[in-house]
Design a protein around this ligand. Sequence first.
Ligand SMILES: NC(=O)C1=CN([C@@H]2O[C@H](COP(=O)(O)OP(=O)(O)OC[C@H]3O[C@@H](n4cnc5c(N)ncnc54)[C@H](OP(=O)(O)O)[C@@H]3O)[C@@H](O)[C@H]2O)C=CC1
Ligand SMILES: O=C(CO)COP(=O)(O)O
Length: 306
Amino acid sequence: MVMAQNGRDTTLWGRSGDTMAQMMALRENTRHLPGMPFPDCLKVSDDIDQIQNKAVVLLAVPTQSLRSVLESHASRLHDRMLVVCCKGMERGTGHSATEVVEAVLPGARTAVLTGPSFAADIAAGKPTALTLATNDPEAEGLQALLSTPRLRLYLTNDVVGAQLGGALKNVIAIAAGIAIGAGLGESARAALMTRGFAEMGRLVAARGAKRETLFGLSGFGDLVLTCTSTQSRNLRHGLAVGAEQPIDPAMTVEGVMTAHAVAEASSGDDLPVTRMVSALLKHQVTLAEAIDALMSRPLHREDAPD
Ligand SMILES: NC(=O)C1=CN([C@@H]2O[C@H](COP(=O)(O)OP(=O)(O)OC[C@H]3O[C@@H](n4cnc5c(N)ncnc54)[C@H](OP(=O)(O)O)[C@@H]3O)[C@@H](O)[C@H]2O)C=CC1
Ligand SMILES: O=C(CO)COP(=O)(O)O
């Protein structure tokens, strides 16, 4: 919507003929962005061939669906600049979104669009700042193409770090939601956010990325947004789990699969919060056991190198 509003020739594609026909007729995404009419010039289609003349494709599907989308449309996507918007890690492989792209479409040009941003805020034209992570030689052109007067993109080369920040903050947001939902208090949430951030730093370093990347929009920025706003589905999922309320199975909650993916793929790393979220969501521990286990770990220094 923002790209079209700002004069870019933009097509919104989706797999469901019925859903896209409804969007075409109503000129609105009534399910996810009700009350936000599409700009007149935004094209809407369920025909993937409509992207044939597009140099840049934004991939905005849940991480666990990315591989099948790429496999289904490989011949149309392999020669485009693919901008991944997913914030998660693939269960089974532990791959980031760009690693999934590389596995399915070797040599494809990629970038990652991440950072603190709710779709509804961006669609409403509210000021937003994001990270664009890429090593593509035309990075600055892409940054200019995707920036608008209300959407400000910052470039980085740290593709691994930016993706880990966007994926791991969802797990910590579930933990934060559990703490609030279970009535453990805001001090407990602050502790989980802070120790979760330390944990994110250890994993970023272990994967050869830069810890400094986590100080930016894709790390600290998105961690704060997701752990504190009830617009966040990951936070809301945690709130429901903590309060022992029913969860919405239709809602995309990236942190669930990401917690399992990270816990399963990082056996040697020190990731107590992520492991506990994964164990709790698998019903391997109760909430009381999880709290006891986190609080009874050996005492540490905060100023010691990890
Ligand atoms: N929503 C937000 O505010 C933000 C989301 N993100 C990230 O963007 C990614 C997508 O999230 P979001 O858009 O909110 O998720 P939603 O669940 O709202 O939408 C997912 C979309 O992906 C489509 N989809 C799912 N599987 C497939 C498939 N196999 N083939 C084709 N299309 C598929 C769905 O199609 P259908 O409708 O037909 O089921 C749906 O249109 C996530 O990684 C999320 O973390 C990042 C920042 C903000
Ligand atoms: O990534 C997001 C905000 O930056 C969206 O968060 P949720 O997926 O938790 O709604």
